[in-house]
Ligand binder design. Structure first.
Ligand code: BT5
Length: 246
């Protein structure tokens, strides 16, 4: 990738307790410093929702990266790809990416969520991953953890996951920055791992209104291309999808 400066995580800030690693990464304002918390007590989800953690069971990780030129819509999606790759590299588990970036187990239960926030200093990329949780430690019935998915005796090492994620995140973002075939390769990898493409889903726009649509693709801006009953294609930037089983 001649001429493109490669970036990667340069520092790790490990906190015993924080309200939100995203808030701390924004406050710190240091590009590529990875902020971790053993216990995140005020975790933020998307659209004003909450992300719940059990102490020392999950991973809450945030990093501020300089805002890349163009293609901003792909940053949250490629973050999902990086986490998917890290989980596979460390545990062998093949997770499904639900657009834009939830990681689901094969059962459809949620393993991880991602929140990207645009700030004047750059994009704060936050990821929450359920690692060691027992059933009782999970906040909602729709959640699962890597330990539960892998079964007894196979609890993955959280440090290994942090290292794999930091490496994968810098690799996908550097490739996106390089453009051309590198960027196209990452987008193709995302599309392969994203099980929302080709699915029939309930699409809600955050106001509680939901409709059933068919998903055709993720376009070059990272938007979902859907078709409703009228057959008219539409490009969706934000919202929630629920995979519908048929
Ligand atoms: C997300 O939101 O999935 C994004 C979560 C991002 C969390 C990370 S942790 C590090 C960084 N710092 C932060 O403050 N945030 C980021 P959303 O799609 O809105 O999903 C939230 C919903 O998922 C909640 O309303 C619950 O129903 C459910 N949920 C909450 N905690 C969960 C968990 N640990 N596992 C699975 N589902 C959970």
């Amino acid at each position: 990738r001649a001429g493109v400066k490669e970036s990667s995580v340069t520092q790790v800030h490990l906190h015993e307790q924080l309200a939100s690693t995203n808030t701390e990464a924004a406050r710190l304002g240091m590009p590529w410093a990875l902020v971790l918390a053993e216990h995140q007590v005020g975790g933020k989800g998307r659209l004003g929702r909450r992300w719940s953690e059990a102490p020392r069971a999950g991973l809450a990780m945030s990093v501020l990266v300089p805002t890349p030129p163009g293609a901003l819509g792909w940053v949250p999606l490629l973050t999902g790809l990086a986490l998917h790759q890290a989980v596979r590299a460390v545990t062998g588990l093949d997770t499904a990416i639900k657009w834009p970036n939830d990681l689901l187990a094969q059962s459809g239960a949620k393993l991880a969520g991602i929140l990207c926030e645009l700030t004047p200093a750059g994009i704060v990329i936050g990821a929450g991953l359920n690692v060691l949780h027992s059933r009782d430690e999970l906040p909602v019935p729709t959640a699962t953890s890597l330990a539960l998915e892998l079964g007894p005796g196979a609890a993955p090492d959280r440090t290994d996951l942090v290292i794999a994620y930091a490496g994968a995140l810098s690799a996908v973002l550097n490739a996106q920055h390089a453009g051309g075939a590198d960027a196209a390769g990452e987008r193709a990898a995302y599309r392969r791992a994203c099980t929302t493409i080709g699915a029939r889903v309930e699409l809600s726009d955050g106001t509680g209104r939901a409709r059933r649509v068919e998903v055709e693709a993720v376009d070059d801006d990272g938007r979902l291309v859907v078709r409703d009953a009228s057959g008219r294609p539409e490009h969706v930037t934000a919202g929630d999808v629920h995979h519908v089983r048929v």
